[in-house]
Design a protein around this ligand. Structure first.
Ligand SMILES: O=C(O)COP(=O)(O)O
Ligand SMILES: [Mg+2]
Length: 232
């Protein structure tokens, strides 16, 4: 699906992390399962956790609590346990989706500053990006806690625009979930939706991104290489 949309004006690209660059669901699921075990609560499946990812860890644990009918009083303890276990499981089964590294490299070599905008808590980003070998591609990384509101609020994208000194139509946002497409639409930025990620088990097509791709490297087909000079 491609609308007639000239991307000659794009000066920088921002990416979602979980489900877009990184298949991180297995490590998240394992941390949730260890958290539940320590609290003597019923367990949940990897597939359930995958469909609850997208609004940050607080909401993930809330969704788990609802599923297993856990008492609210346990929430603070559970949240701390999640952090403890996710520190240990973050690399478990976690891998980059196909073509991510070479595409980021091509974009960077062609003059595009790259940013990361994730609802994942910021504390987990440095070691994860380092171990995946993609940290050096991003000149700005915004995680949960770095921004006043999480996606689908446009605040994180406004922060990228302010940092890079861009107008809304100069920033392309690439993501896998309706939160990404909504955040970018709320900020009036053009969007790419990727079909292979996590979107609550639903198709990202229903969010009507400007471009919908099945492969990460298809982003290269819609951008001038090298980056075009700004006209404003
Ligand atoms: O951790 C989450 O819930 C989602 O993270 P994302 O914004 O990188 O997809
Ligand atoms: Mg995502």
């Amino acid at each position: 699906m491609q609308k007639s949309h000239s991307l000659n004006q794009i000066q920088a690209i921002a990416f979602d992390l979980d489900g877009t660059l990184v298949d991180s669901a297995p490590g998240l699921a394992l941390a949730v399962q260890l958290m539940l075990k320590e609290l003597n609560l019923p367990t949940v499946t990897d597939e359930q956790v995958k469909n609850w990812v997208g609004n940050g860890v607080d909401v993930l644990v809330q969704r788990v609590f609802k599923q297993v009918n856990a008492p609210d009083e346990l929430f603070t303890k559970a949240r701390a346990l999640f952090d403890k276990y996710y520190d240990q499981t973050i690399d478990e089964g976690t891998k980059l989706f196909p073509h991510v590294t070479e595409t980021l490299r091509t974009l960077q070599e062609n003059g595009y500053p790259l940013a990361l905008v994730t609802n994942k808590p910021a504390q987990f980003l440095p070691s994860l990006l380092e171990s995946l070998g993609i940290k050096s591609y991003f000149s700005l990384c915004l995680g949960g806690g770095d921004v006043i509101k999480l996606k689908p609020h446009p605040a994180p994208l406004y922060q990228v625009m302010a940092t890079f000194g861009l107008y809304h139509d100069q920033l392309l946002f690439v993501g896998d979930s309706r939160n990404d497409i909504s955040a970018a639409k709320n900020a009036h930025c053009p969007t790419v939706g990727l079909s292979y990620g996590y979107n609550y088990g639903e198709s990202i097509a229903s969010s009507e991104p400007d471009f919908l791709f099945d492969r990460f490297d298809e982003i290269l087909s819609i951008l001038p290489l090298p980056r075009a000079e700004p006209t404003k």
